[in-house]
Ligand binder design. Sequence first.
Ligand code: IYT
Ligand code: CU
Ligand code: CU
Length: 316
Amino acid sequence: FTLNQFVLLISGCIIIELQFRSPHGDSSPIRIRRTMRGHKARVKVFSEAHKGMDFVPHASMDTAHHMLLYGCRTPVSTKGYWDCGGEQGTCADEAKIMYAWARNAPPTKLPRDVGFKVGGDTGITHFVLQIHYGDVHAFRDHHRDCSGLTLRMTSIPQPFIAGMYLMMSVDTVIPPGKRVTNADIACSYSSYPMHPFAFRTHTHRLGQVVSGYRVRNGKWTLIGRQSPQLPQAFYTASNFVTVENGDMLAARCVFTGEGRTTKTRIGGTSQDEMCNFYIMYYMDSKHAVPYMDCMEHGSSRLFKDMPEEANVPVPV
Ligand code: IYT
Ligand code: CU
Ligand code: CU
């Protein structure tokens, strides 16, 4: 199956078990069952082909701050919903990020004829939606929240498969008080052509700007540049380039150590930092690779030629 549009209605972290029934013809709906606080609900998923396939965040979300959708085989709990902010987390196995929604950011759309492959041999049998509530005051009246996403699936094979290329730093150390520390990440690309169409940046408090580029024959073409202090959604790529075998992908996170009295390292808490540049892309379904990552530093010689804009903080 191919997930080509996202919806559901829930709160906290929930799991959805994909219960695929082979559709009798293309017009019969596939059902996903959702359990929450003892309620059983059904989300109808339509299997006809869609023009303009989208992620559709649900309307009543003024209480939620951000949402991340992961795909995996083993969610941490099968209880329906749980606190995933602390120790527990989202998935016991490898979680694959598929979608991000952030308040005050425009929703991401999948291009026409593009879908995420799920179920089958993809290793994605469950979705976990992580919802972050920034301010509990919205719940003073004890109302139930129904933030969520609409997921729309089709059993019709899509011409293009969406995927995620994650660039992350694993060992950056930010000295206290130092005004600028860069985290550089670069890898050479050696797969079938991929077409980036959206990007997402992620750091914690110290990140000033994160930029990602395709480098071909010494020419740097921007894929995306954003302040990680702005809503961390997927934004439309700055240039619709094709990344081909032999190209390089390079990203930089600019941090400041100002205001800190100890070294800041990569880690999971808000006192730690992260440096992530996500590229959402599509590839021809004939040879699609749905997930790739890059954790290398790249050479300082390469980054010598990085455009100056990568060092300029984006005003927030
Ligand atoms: C150490 C780090 O940078 N963690 C990031 C990137 C990451 C995402 C996934 C690492 C792994 C993953 O399986 I999905 I291993 C990180 O945790 N980023 C968070 C979310 O988990 C996605 C973020 O908001 O980007
Ligand atoms: Cu948030
Ligand atoms: Cu993080």
